[in-house]
Design a protein around this ligand. Structure first.
Ligand SMILES: [Cu+2]
Length: 269
């Protein structure tokens, strides 16, 4: 019960509110896949195996009403908004954790081994700031660059904050575990690039409830944080989107990876 009370009182979760692409500021919800129920717009996904965690939509076939134009090599600013607390931008500052921006071809509807990262920011041991601190200092905004050599076409853009305040124990039922604040926007990317990063990973699938970076204790001393999931795409290297810190899905860990993961987990716990 104490945990349930805590989760209830910390009500300022967040959602992706709007996009600024190049110099175009889009309105609230434009080109973003809608929520099932506006009253739960800020509620996190908790089960890393549930398709709900992909875009925080139970009906995964519901499309955005519009597809926004973007340019390979151009900037996109995503804006998170804690709508449950009037006037609050970003996310409750207790919700420390990383931000990860993903893409996948829209034709896949996000199903299969199609997702690749274009950006991630976790914890900076020098400044002691999490990505959540950085976006809150910037009114909930984060600017990322569309890979300059990305193949032209339609894509999903998945924005994700992983909040770690309850992640000291793995997810079991509704208790404990990381909170996934994911949303999906739809983009039409133009450009002359020829790269489609692959093989991607499956979402859900890429995270498991017990892996480093999904399990993490914010209240114990730590000097580093392992961002879960594969490496970020490097322009010019279409195959650069594997590896990293796989927890499941399409990247079965080899013996070496298992050893490394176990050592990191013991350090972090
Ligand atoms: Cu929350």
């Amino acid at each position: 019960m104490p945990l349930a009370l805590f989760a209830w009182t910390v009500s300022a979760h967040t959602h992706l509110r709007e996009l600024e692409i190049g110099t175009t500021q889009y309105g609230s919800g434009v080109c973003i896949r809608p929520f099932n129920d506006p009253s739960t717009i800020d509620y996190p996904a908790k089960d890393p195996t549930d398709p709900f965690m992909r875009c925080r939509a139970t009906n995964t076939t519901v499309r955005a009403a519009k597809i926004c134009d973007a340019v390979a090599g151009g900037n996109i600013t995503v804006n998170w908004y804690a709508g449950n607390t009037p006037g609050e931008m970003g996310i409750n500052p207790s919700h420390k954790g990383p931000c990860i921006i993903w893409m996948a071809p829209l034709v896949s509807n996000g199903e299969g081994n199609v997702w690749f990262k274009i950006f991630q920011d976790g914890y900076n041991p020098t400044t002691k700031k999490w990505c959540v601190d950085t976006i809150n200092a910037n009114n909930g905004n984060l600017t990322v660059t569309v890979p300059s050599d990305l193949l032209a076409g339609q894509y999903l853009l998945r924005t994700e904050i992983i909040a770690l305040h309850l992640a000291f124990l793995p997810y079991t039922g509704d208790k404990n575990g990381a909170e996934y604040y994911s949303n999906c926007a739809e983009l039409n990317v133009s450009g002359s690039g020829k790269s489609l990063p692959s093989p991607g990973v499956a979402i859900p699938g890429v995270y498991t409830a017990n892996m480093p970076g999904i399990v993490f204790n914010l209240t114990a001393p730590f000097t580093s944080y392992t961002i879960p999931g594969p490496n970020v795409y490097q322009v010019g290297k279409p195959g650069s989107v594997g590896g990293g810190n796989p927890g499941g899905g399409t990247n079965p860990p080899c013996t070496k990876t298992k050893k490394r993961k176990r050592r990191q987990l013991s350090q972090e716990l």
